[in-house]
Design a protein around this ligand. Structure first.
Ligand code: IPM
Ligand code: MG
Length: 358
C-alpha cells in the first residue's frame, strides 16, 4: 500500500514530520512518497496543486496532509492560492465525507476555555459534506481581475447549491456512523432562510426513513453554534453542509481544549481518503517548534483505521497519545499550570517513545 505525504505550508512540514516518525516506528509494510502542495508547490512549480502531486495522491491508498496557506499569497488570483490545492484534492478524489471527531481527553478538561463540567467526557462527531455547497457552486459568477483585486467591481457572488445525490450520500454516511455510536443525528441547516437548506432538510428526512433505529433532529445553524458552547454533550453525530461544517468544526475544536487536538478524515465512497489536522497552516508560529503535532498524529491513526485496515495500529497510536498526555506533556496551546511545556519535536518523540514502550 502507498501513502502520499503532502506536508504543505506553515507548520505543515513540522507536524507531518512527527506523524511520519510515528508511522515509521510502527514498521508496517507501507511505501511513502512525498510531494509539495499549496504555497510551497506554487513557489517551486507555479501551481498549488501540480499535476505530479495530484497524480501521487490519486495513485495512493491514502494521503497524509499537513496544511496549506500563507498570507503572502493573499494577493494571488484565486485559482493560484494555496487553498485551491486542498479544495482541488477534495474534488478530484471525490472526498465528500469529512469526519471531524471532537473528543475532550480527560487530561485536557482544563485546557479549554469552557467550564470543565460542560466538556468533561465530550465525544461528538461532526460529519461535514466536503465537495458541494457554496464552496463549489457553479458558475462562480465572479470575474478574476488580473491583480486579484476587486477595485471598481460592482459586485461579487458565490452560488450555494446541493444536488439530491450529494445530500443523500452524506445522509447515509451520518446515519451509518450513528449506528456505531449513540444512534442520534442532528442535521444542521438554515432551512428558515435558504432554499438549498430546506432541500437539505427534506432529503435528510427522506433518507432517515431507511434508518428507523436512528433518532434524527434538525437544528438551525445559528442555534447549533449556540448549543455547541451551551451544552455540547447533547450532540452525538452532527451532520451539515460544507460551509456550516467548516465553521462549526472550528468551534467544536475549542471544546476539546485546542484546535491543535482535532484530527480529520475525508473519505470517498471506497473509503480511500485524505487525513489532515482540522487546524490550518498557522504561518505565525511556523518554524518555531511550538505547534501541536497531536492532531496530525491522531489523523494518522484515523488513516490506519479507515483506509489501511490497521485498526490495531490505530489503537496503539491513540493509546500512545493518551499516555503522553497522562505524563503531563503539553505543547503551548494545551499547556496549563502544573504541566510540562514541550515543543513539536519533543511531543513527537514522546509519542514515539510511548509506542516503543507499549
Ligand atoms: C478546513 C479549512 C479549509 C476549508 C480551507 C483551508 C480551504 O478551513 O479544512 O476547514 O475551508 O475547508
Ligand atoms: Mg476550516
Amino acid at each position: 500500500m502507498n501513502i502520499a505525504i503532502l506536508p504543505g505550508d506553515g507548520i505543515g512540514p513540522e507536524i507531518v514530520a512527527e506523524a511520519v516518525r510515528v508511522l515509521d516506528v510502527l514498521e508496517l509494510p507501507f511505501n511513502t512518497d512525498s510531494a509539495l502542495v499549496g504555497g510551497a508547490a506554487y513557489e517551486a512549480h507555479g501551481h498549488p496543486l501540480p499535476q505530479a502531486t495530484l497524480k501521487l495522491a490519486q495513485d495512493a491508498d491514502a494521503v497524509l496532509f499537513g496544511a496549506v496557506g500563507d498570507w503572502k499569497f493573499d494577493t494571488l488570483e484565486r485559482s493560484l492560492r494555496p487553498e485551491q490545492a486542498i479544495l482541488g484534492l477534495r474534488k478530484h478524489l471525490q472526498l465528500f465525507a469529512n469526519f471531524r471527531p471532537a473528543i475532550c481527553y480527560p487530561q485536557l478538561t482544563h485546557a479549554s476555555s469552557l467550564k470543565p463540567e460542560l466538556i468533561g467526557g465530550l465525544d461528538i462527531l461532526i460529519v461535514r459534506e466536503l465537495t458541494g455547497d457554496i464552496y463549489f457552486g457553479q458558475p462562480r459568477g465572479r470575474r478574476e481581475s488580473p491583480d486579484g483585486a476587486f477595485k471598481g467591481h460592482p459586485e461579487a457572488f458565490d452560488t450555494m447549491r446541493y444536488s439530491r445525490p450529494e445530500i443523500e450520500r452524506i445522509a447515509h454516511v451520518a446515519f451509518q456512523a450513528a449506528r456505531k455510536r449513540s444512534k442520534r443525528v442532528t442535521s444542521v441547516d438554515k432551512a428558515n432562510v435558504l432554499e438549498t437548506f430546506q432541500f437539505w432538510r427534506d432529503v435528510m428526512t427522506e433518507v432517515h426513513a431507511e434508518y428507523p433505529d436512528i433518532e434524527l433532529d434538525h437544528m438551525y445553524v445559528d442555534n447549533a453554534a449556540m448549543q455547541l458552547v451551551k451544552a455540547p454533550k447533547k450532540f452525538d453525530v452532527l451532520v451539515t453542509g460544507n460551509m456550516f461544517g467548516d465553521i462549526l468544526s472550528d468551534e467544536a475544536a475549542m471544546l476539546t481544549g485546542s484546535i491543535g487536538m482535532l484530527p480529520s478524515a475525508s473519505l470517498n465512497s471506497e473509503n480511500r481518503g485524505l487525513y489532515e489536522p482540522s487546524h490550518g497552516s498557522a504561518p505565525d508560529i511556523a518554524g518555531k517548534n511550538i505547534a501541536n503535532p497531536l492532531a496530525t498524529i491522531l489523523s494518522l491513526a484515523m488513516m490506519l483505521r479507515f483506509s489501511l485496515n490497521q485498526a490495531e495500529a490505530a489503537l496503539r497510536v491513540e493509546a500512545a497519545v493518551v499516555k503522553v498526555l497522562e505524563a503531563g506533556l503539553r505543547t503551548a496551546d494545551i499547556w496549563s499550570e502544573g504541566t510540562q511545556r514541550v515543543g513539536t519535536r519533543e511531543m513527537g518523540s514522546a509519542v514515539v517513545a510511548a509506542l516503543k514502550a507499549a
